[in-house]
Design a protein around this ligand. Structure first.
Ligand SMILES: [Mg+2]
Length: 225
């Protein structure tokens, strides 16, 4: 039986209408005076800290802890600003899925497995009224490598249950092949949704346990048994 369900955020739970990407660009511009470069970056499935390192390094700025801190302090300000300015939304079926998960006879623990830093995740999900169900997880400030973030999320889940969770007791839900790969790396079952960074055929080719157009095509009861 599934005990832990880990959700990706962007393209899986919500679409921010580009607020995240725009906040990245504004933070690089206002804090570091760097105006160009984000338009060439691939954001889907990446980690915030990995993206910051790539951007700073490619502009000849040292990726020091101080520069990461400066960037993220500025980023969360712009993120909040742009979320209010742009029309984003929760992805199809997300609200019902979370409600049905909570209504299962033995509801699994819900967590996040995301490249977003924790505060960024909180700001995004709070904006859409989706933060409260998530009690654990792994974030972009835990590690730059998504597979390591998955390991950390799993370890936190283990600690909550006071035992080692088996792979089949964990579901990872995400919208890119990178999400499927990081779910696989911890032995979890993978549910891929084509609501974000990848087409359904691409997700099917990466052999998720389920690949669906969106969460209305699979019930939590079917996924968690
Ligand atoms: Mg995503």
């Amino acid at each position: 039986m599934v005990r832990l369900v880990l959700f990706d955020i962007d393209g899986t739970l919500v679409h921010t209408g580009g607020a995240g990407v725009r906040a990245f660009a504004r933070a690089f511009e206002t804090e570091f005076g760097l105006r160009h470069g984000t338009e060439r970056m691939r954001f889907a499935g990446r980690t915030d800290s990995g993206l910051v390192r790539e951007f700073l390094t490619s502009h000849g700025v040292e990726a020091t802890p101080e520069n990461f801190r400066r960037f993220f302090d500025c980023y969360v300000f712009w993120l909040d600003h742009h979320l209010h300015e742009l029309a984003g939304s929760a992805c199809p079926g997300v609200g019902d899925w979370l409600a049905e998960l909570a209504a299962l006879p033995e509801p699994p623990l819900l967590g996040l497995l995301t490249g977003n830093i924790r505060l960024g995740a909180q700001i995004k999900l709070r904006h859409y009224g989706l933060w409260d169900p998530f009690v654990t997880g792994g974030y972009g400030d835990d590690h730059e490598d998504r597979n390591e973030i998955a390991r950390i999320a799993r370890a936190r889940g283990n600690r909550r249950f006071g035992r080692e969770l088996h792979g089949e007791e964990i579901i990872v839900i995400g919208d890119t092949p990178l999400d499927i790969a990081c779910g696989r790396s911890i032995g979890a079952r993978c549910l891929a949704v084509a609501t974000g960074g990848a087409k359904l055929e691409e997700l099917q080719a990466h052999q998720a346990d389920w690949a669906v157009p969106d969460l209305t095509h699979l019930t939590p009861t079917e996924a968690c048994r």
